[in-house]
Design a protein. Structure first.
Length: 341
């Protein structure tokens, strides 16, 4: 208090008011009109208690905020992970692939388009596809499917293709297809991880970019494909170079470096049939080797894109784990099929 002596009255009054607020002085009970000083360790205890209480409350608020931030971060990470999974989902095993395709088919509302390579379809697959195909038809879903010309080697598959057309589905065929594929409503696409072995698993794409590219691929193949023939296919149909669609496809595939087995898989025929077509082309070109045949075919303008002949079709689901690679007669064994429509 001695420090206040000689100071301006306003400053002294302000200092006294602050001491009163802090509880350091109070009016004397013994001598009215005088002030009584209180020991700081006693007077300031309530102030310290209030500050400690405020600090604890603030710490609790910070702890609650930290918990909330952690919860939001976890939710964000889960949403981002879910979004990434939805963009590209890996499907392992025939059961998982079939289940996912059935789920997507059940939710399909507008259109379903598909590539179905691999040749003829098994009786079990044809029968299993009928209820699903009819359900899609009843919901007004537009269906377009491209199959291989080689299904004309199997009358039962051709008959099934005509049944699909009778339901109002659009079905076409080409000599070869890039890979098995199904696109649902232009929003989800299922393709095999390994185009030559669907048993390896499948990928489900939902990204807009990849869907746009796959849809454009389908459109390009669809435009050069031929409708299912109402009668037996005219195998003598040729292009301006006198080549059938299969012969043109064989030349193109050989120029890409495919083996006899790879060419047969792409055509959905046996290796023996693929080799026969290659031998006939070499004979027509007067070539003694494939290299020489390629040079002469290029010189004649035989290697290039050309429309494919008429062909046939099959079912909506074609996941037969008993089929993998092409064997004589065009039947792929051991799980090579992903799905068909």
């Amino acid at each position: 208090m001695a420090e206040l002596i000689g100071r301006p009255v306003e400053l002294v009054r302000g200092a006294l008011d602050e001491c009163v607020r802090l509880g350091l002085i109070r009016p004397s009970w013994e001598t009215p009109g005088r002030l009584h000083a209180i020991s700081p360790d006693v007077a300031l205890q309530p102030l310290l208690a209030r500050q400690e209480s405020d600090l604890l409350a603030r710490q609790r608020e910070i702890a609650d905020t930290r918990v909330e931030v952690a919860r939001l971060a976890e939710e964000f990470a889960a949403l981002r992970s879910r979004s990434e999974r939805n963009e590209v989902e890996q499907l392992h095993g025939i059961d998982r692939i079939r289940d996912r395709i059935k789920e997507l088919s059940a939710g399909c509302e507008r259109s379903l388009v598909a590539f179905a390579p691999g040749g003829h379809q098994t009786p079990d697959n044809r029968e299993a596809s009928r209820p699903l195909t009819e359900a899609l038809r009843d919901r007004g879903v537009t269906m377009r499917t491209v199959y291989l010309d080689s299904i004309y080697n199997d009358p039962a598959t051709v008959e099934h293709a005509r049944w699909l057309v009778g339901l109002g589905n659009d079905v076409r065929t080409v000599a070869s297809l890039p890979a098995r594929m199904i696109i649902f409503d232009d929003e989800a696409a299922v393709v095999p991880m390994d185009p030559d072995n669907s048993a390896e698993g499948a990928l489900l794409f939902r990204g807009r970019g990849i869907l746009a590219a796959l849809s454009e691929l389908f459109r390009m193949v669809w435009e050069r494909a031929a409708p299912v023939a109402t009668g037996r296919r005219q195998r003598t149909s040729t292009d301006d170079n006198g080549l059938t669609s299969q012969e043109s496809a064989v030349l193109r595939l050989l120029s890409e470096g495919l083996t006899d087995e790879g060419v047969a898989r792409k055509l959905g025929v046996s290796v023996r049939t693929g080799r026969r077509i290659t031998a006939e082309l070499m004979a027509r070109l007067g070539a003694r080797s494939r290299f020489q045949a390629g040079l002469r075919a290029a010189r004649l303008g035989w290697i290039g894109e050309s429309p494919d002949d008429e062909g046939g079709v099959t079912e909506l689901l074609d996941l037969d784990p008993s089929r993998t690679t092409t064997t004589p007669g065009g039947t792929p064994p051991a799980g090579s099929r992903l799905a068909g429509c």
